[in-house]
Design a protein around this ligand. Structure first.
Ligand SMILES: [Zn+2]
Length: 164
């Protein structure tokens, strides 16, 4: 009997004699992943299939208009998790916009320094997912010298903006 290793759970299994090319075991979790994978690839590759899926989703939504409202009422934890994930996605998008200077305020004309602090921020620089916060602090205006002391009266060697 032929033995094969499942591409998902990596367990050894025996392919069905009706499907000699089987590469995923019969475990329901692995089969679900296989179907989801097939669906994703098919949607990406086949416009007709994509349209059929869209149509059936729209039909389903029009037949079940209250589904998501009821789901949110019955699964507050999932709603909260999704809200937090959406918050992270929004922040990432804002950071991306800031980097691309698209919809964000144009920072080109302000003299600003960006300081990356901390271990995880290498990921941020590489544009992978790192959680970080950006603080934008307004710089203090340059300090005016006291009225009594003009530039001419300064002795050579004295710092222009001395402490005091
Ligand atoms: Zn498996």
């Amino acid at each position: 009997m032929v033995e094969r290793r499942c591409g998902y759970c990596e367990q050894i299994f025996h392919p069905s004699k009706y499907q000699p090319g089987q590469s995923v075991c019969s475990d329901s979790g692995c089969q679900r992943r296989r179907r989801a994978e097939y669906h994703r690839q098919k949607i990406a590759a086949d416009p007709e299939y994509r349209q059929v899926c869209l149509d059936s989703q729209q039909k389903w939504r029009s037949r079940n208009p209250d589904y998501w409202r009821r789901y949110r009422e019955q699964h507050p934890a999932a709603v909260e998790r999704n809200r937090q994930q959406q918050h992270v996605r929004d922040q990432k998008r804002r950071l991306r916009d800031l980097a691309n200077n698209n919809s964000a305020f144009d920072l080109k004309h302000s003299a600003a320094g960006v300081w990356l602090l901390g271990d995880g921020l290498q990921n941020l620089a590489n544009n992978t997912s790192a959680s970080a916060q950006v603080w934008i602090l307004e710089a203090l205006p340059p300090r005016k010298p006291p009225q009594s002391e003009s530039c001419k009266q300064q002795r050579p060697g004295t710092p222009a903006a001395s402490a005091g």
